[in-house]
Design a protein around this ligand. Structure first.
Ligand code: COA
Length: 173
C-alpha cells in the first residue's frame, strides 16, 4: 500500500471509483470542476490547483494524494495549504474519500496515517481535521490518528454538528 501523487497509471480503477461515487451522489468534489474531465486533465488540473492556478471561486490551493494498493486506486486525500474562516470552523485542512466498494477494510485509517508524515514534510506542525458528528467512520479515523477534540460547531437547523480536531504532527504517537 502506498500514498502517492496521482498517476495516470491507475486511471482504470480511478474512473471506476468516481463512477461508484457518482452513483451514490458523493462526487461533489469532481462535479465542482464543472465539466467532465479525462483522468489526465483531472491530474493536470489538481497540479495547477496546488500551485494556486485556475482555482474555482473560493477554493484554496491544495495537494492531492492517492492511496494505491495492489496497483488499484483506493482513495484520495486533499490537503489544503491554508485555512479560510470557513475551513477554520468547518472544513479543516483535510478532505478524504475511500472508494465505496473498498470501505470498511481499514483503508481510511491508513490513508490519514500515511498522509500525516507527508504533511509534516511540507512544514506543518499541526493540522485541523473535521467531520460531521454523524460520520462515525471518519470520527474513528481522526481519533485513531491522534486527533485531539477541539470543539463542535453548529451547522444549522437539522444538520449534524461539525466536530473539530487538531492533530499534532510533532509527537511520535
Ligand atoms: C469516512 C470514510 C473515509 C471511511 O473510510 P473506511 O475505509 O471505510 O474507514 P476504515 O475502514 O478505516 O474504518 C474506520 C473505522 O470506522 C468503522 N466504520 C467504517 N465504516 C463505518 C460505517 N459506515 N459506520 C460506522 N462505522 C464504520 C470501521 O469499523 C472502523 O472502526 P474501528 O476503528 O472500530 O475498527 C469513507 O466512508 C468515505 O470515503 N466516506 C465518504 C467521504 C467522507 O465522509 N469523508 C470524510 C469527510 S470528514
Amino acid at each position: 500500500m502506498k500514498l502517492m501523487k496521482p498517476d495516470i497509471k491507475y486511471s482504470r480503477s480511478f474512473v471506476q471509483a468516481v463512477e461508484e461515487l457518482r452513483l451514490r451522489q458523493e462526487d461533489s468534489f469532481f462535479r465542482a470542476f464543472g465539466r467532465p474531465l479525462t483522468v489526465d486533465q483531472y491530474i493536470k488540473l489538481t497540479e495547477k490547483h496546488a500551485q494556486k492556478k485556475d482555482l474555482p471561486q473560493g477554493w484554496v490551493p491544495y495537494a492531492t494524494f492517492w492511496l494505491v494498493d495492489e496497483d488499484e486506486f483506493i482513495g484520495e486525500l486533499h490537503f489544503r495549504y491554508v485555512l479560510t474562516n470557513y475551513l477554520r470552523n468547518y472544513g479543516g485542512h483535510i478532505g478524504y474519500t475511500i472508494r465505496p466498494s473498498m470501505r470498511n477494510k481499514g483503508y481510511g485509517k491508513q490513508l490519514l496515517a500515511l498522509a500525516l508524515p507527508k504533511i509534516q514534510e511540507l512544514g506543518y506542525s499541526k493540522v485541523l481535521v473535521t467531520c460531521d458528528e454523524t460520520n462515525i467512520a471518519s470520527k474513528k479515523i481522526i481519533e485513531a490518528n491522534g486527533g485531539a477534540f477541539h470543539q463542535a460547531n453548529a451547522q444549522g437547523k437539522n444538520m449534524p454538528q461539525k466536530l473539530l480536531y487538531w492533530i499534532d504532527l510533532n509527537t511520535d504517537s
